[in-house]
Design a protein around this ligand. Structure first.
Ligand code: 9D3
Length: 248
């Protein structure tokens, strides 16, 4: 996948491409990265990329011409790329949006700074606006990295284990079961005995049950719109009986 980032802070992306699974994806030619400095496409001796808002008010607005010129440069590499703007007004990013972006041939990420981007650039050039959550950042760069990271690991061949992306938290609507490794006792806490039993059917049952109960406790919001399988229903009904017995 061709991934191109338009930013006023291109240096932020150096370490991002250079570590872990993202680096492996780049080295394995699954991701072809590019970063374009918007300032390189600004005119004049001072290469100004922002200006005061029409109508007054505080803060600055990103000028449309440098953005359009930087985008034209990006489109030379990948004419078919989908162009995304990271912005607080965008659609909330989630795993299903990551999955739909993972099948694209190319993605161009426009990172805003200051108060925002001239609306005419957005109207004329942006296919979709994405927010990574309801909190205030200082710019779109961290948002772009979050989206690229989530999308990269869904590209076939990027994760070693082909089905590890599919068995993720959220892709089946539950949080994961707990994980344990050596030592067998840490402080006064032992590893659950079933995991040492070697009985893989029992281990599987335990993991499915604890994933469901952990979701009830940690992320009940994930269960609000979920259709429970007969097995999940049985697990929850057993817990309800146990609780009913406890409270008498
Ligand atoms: C203080 C300025 N805000 C007025 C209420 C508007 C504002 C403009 C620009 C707030 C944040 C930003 C910069 N943020 C992003 O570019 C951004 C972002 C975010 O702030 N939250 C969640 N996702 C994203 S993606 C890009």
């Amino acid at each position: 996948m061709n991934v191109c980032v338009l930013t006023l802070f291109p240096e932020l992306f150096g370490p991002f491409w250079d570590h872990g699974i993202i680096r492996r994806a780049v080295q394995g030619l699954k991701i072809n990265p590019a970063v374009i400095n918007i300032r390189d496409h600004a005119e004049g001796r001072h290469r100004v990329t922002d200006d005061r808002p029409y109508g007054g008010g505080c803060g600055m607005v990103m000028k449309p011409e440098p953005l359009a010129a930087a985008l034209a440069e990006a489109r030379k590499r990948v004419p078919s790329a989908t162009t995304l703007l990271l912005s607080p007004q965008g659609k909330r990013f989630d795993q299903s949006l990551a999955q739909s972006l993972a099948v694209e041939e190319g993605l161009i990420f426009v990172c805003g700074r200051y108060e925002g981007v001239d609306e005419r650039f957005v109207d004329q050039h942006i296919d979709a606006e994405i927010s990574i959550g309801d909190f205030v950042l200082t710019g779109g760069e961290l948002g772009a990295m979050v989206v690229i990271d989530a999308v990269a690991r869904l590209i076939p061949g990027v994760l070693g284990n082909e089905d590890s992306a599919g068995s993720d938290t959220f892709s089946d609507g539950l949080v994961e079961h707990a994980h344990f490794t050596r030592p067998p006792t840490f402080g006064d806490a032992p590893v659950p005995g079933v995991l040492l039993s070697g009985n893989h059917q029992e281990i599987d049952r335990w993991r499915r049950e604890t994933a469901l109960i952990r979701t009830v406790l940690k992320r009940p919001d994930l269960l609000a719109q979920r259709d429970f399988s007969p097995q999940e229903r049985a697990i929850l009904e057993k817990w309800r009986r146990d609780i009913d017995r406890l409270i008498g």
